[in-house]
Write a protein that binds this ligand. Structure first.
Ligand SMILES: *[C@@H]1O[C@H](CO)[C@@H](O)[C@H](O)[C@H]1NC(C)=O
Ligand SMILES: *[C@@H]1O[C@H](CO)[C@@H](O)[C@H](O)[C@H]1NC(C)=O
Length: 467
């Protein structure tokens, strides 16, 4: 008997070790796969130390597009806090009362106990929807400090509005993100201010003013996103997750999505802690979700439709104009949103795959370039640094950084691009009349009326001046 016990002991230990434990996993690969809800600190580049220095060249100017930092969810999700508490109780009941814990891949004991103790942070209420969080503020203050450390001459600690030009969209989270960034550069007490936000923000939100863009079918019937949702990969994933949580039926997709979302948010709100809800998913299950998100963004804000490459005509012109011109502003920084960042990356031909993402090539594209988690986490940022290289024939050079990692383009030399090549590459856009080019259907009616109102007032002004 005793002998048998000793014989079985290692087996028991082995079985316990085998249960995946999110709270004890030191690599936590799934936290790098949360698409646009990924924490910046987890996926940001770690090589800038080697990439920023260009021998015999001096950094001169900088152009930045920065997504806001980690935010709170929409009201619709905040209102589902009580459903999360119900799901928590159901899972615990499955394991402890109904004894429907699965034989294969159950939740480990630590993850289950952590889940049992989970509570919604009751100070997060519906009126704070999409607000920047404390971590979100730190994200932007952090990137500002980091870039200033590597480029102290381009980003001096003294602010003036000739040298620096800041602009953000009309939301709490981008306003606060701008303030955080300014605090990182100039300290807590500073006089940094943004330029006025126009009524029609065609520079930072062109996608709001283009009907043919809004009409693109990126996730509706017949879309690749929808097809993926009908696939066996997707359906089995929902079954596996439900079984793992002890359910003897398949949970509603809405419930699974809710648990997945709270996991992603909580992980981003407190990067150094584990979100209890992330324990509900195995890494490979998160990978299945990630591809759905990537499909959604590929067709909604990426290379899926050709017209998306045109949307940011004005923003690309803004980049080219400012960096071509030797005079101030020397630093231009825009604070916007996920769609803005992704469509900008797309306009520039960055992170483009040779093959289109589809529902059925999920496995072939496991190492695709288009990974929204790495391109567009919270606080994602695109930074172009212009260099002057007096010893070279082509004096003007540029390095593009995405999330503080030098962008590799095949027409550049390990991240270092000739400015003349940049101008040639984006000539179509720089020559375009953006008013016509940016949107196939032309601007939406609200814009058209805005323009005609502007025209009317200009005429009025002229008439007034002539008298
Ligand atoms: C709860 O949320 C508020 C508002 O976002 C935040 O200030 C606070 O730190 C959070 N508390 C905990 C324990 O996470
Ligand atoms: C603004 O700041 C820049 C960089 O520190 C400096 O070179 C320039 O002289 C300043 N301009 C004004 C008007 O203060």
């Amino acid at each position: 008997m005793r002998f048998l016990f000793l014989l079985l002991l290692p087996l028991v230990a082995l079985a316990q070790d085998d249960d995946y434990c999110f709270s004890q996993d030191t690599s936590r690969p799934q936290t790098r796969q949360f698409s646009s809800k990924t924490a910046y600190q987890i996926v940001k580049g770690s090589d800038i130390e080697r990439q920023y220095l260009v021998p015999n060249c001096e950094p001169k100017k900088m152009w930045i597009f920065h997504r806001h930092g980690t935010r709170l969810p929409k009201k619709s999700m905040i209102n589902k806090a009580s459903r999360l508490a119900e799901l928590r109780d159901l899972i615990v009941k499955n394991y402890k009362v109904l004894k429907t814990k699965p034989d294969k891949d159950p939740l480990c004991q630590t993850d289950l106990i952590a889940l049992q103790m989970w509570k919604w942070n009751s100070s997060i209420t519906g009126d704070m929807e999409e607000y920047l969080t404390a971590q979100g503020y730190d994200d932007l203050r952090g990137t500002a400090k980091l870039y200033q450390r590597y480029y102290p001459n381009v980003l001096p600690k003294e602010y003036n509005d000739t040298y620096y030009q800041f602009r953000h969209t009309d939301t709490q989270r981008t306003t606060e993100s701008f303030k955080a960034f300014a605090e990182g550069l100039f300290g807590t007490v500073n006089s940094a201010h943004p330029v006025d936000i126009p009524k029609q923000d065609l520079l930072l939100r062109p996608y709001d003013y283009c009907q043919s863009y809004k009409d693109l079918n990126y996730k509706g019937e017949g879309s690749e996103f929808e097809k993926y949702h009908q696939s066996t990969v997707w359906k089995n994933n929902l079954v596996d997750i439900s079984t793992r949580l002890g359910f003897q039926y398949t949970l509603e997709e809405e419930d699974i999505k809710l648990m997945y979302d709270i996991c992603r948010y909580e992980q981003a709100w407190q990067v150094d802690r584990n979100s209890v809800w992330c324990g509900a998913f195995l890494p490979e299950q998160v990978t299945v979700f990630e591809y759905a998100e990537d499909l959604k963004y590929y067709y909604g804000s990426g290379y899926g439709f050709e017209e998306i490459e045109r949307l940011n005509c004005r923003l690309v012109q803004d980049l080219l104009t400012h960096l071509s011109n030797p005079v101030s502003p020397h630093v231009v920084a825009h604070f916007g949103h996920s769609t803005g960042l992704l469509t900008l990356i797309t306009a520039l031909g960055i992170k483009k795959d040779g093959v289109k993402l589809r529902a059925d090539n999920y496995l072939d594209l496991a190492s695709r370039r288009w990974k929204s988690s790495l391109i567009d986490p919270f606080a994602s940022n695109f930074v172009a640094v212009k260099y002057d290289c007096p010893q070279e024939l082509d004096r003007e050079k540029v390095v593009f950084f995405l999330n503080q990692d030098a962008v590799q383009l095949d027409w550049c030399n390990v991240g270092l691009c000739k400015w003349s090549d940049v101008l040639a590459k984006y000539k179509t856009i720089s020559d375009a009349d953006c008013g016509e080019y940016f949107c196939r259907s032309g601007a939406t009616s609200s814009l058209a009326s805005g323009v005609s109102m502007l025209a009317t007032s200009l005429v009025a002004l002229l008439v007034y001046l002539m008298h």
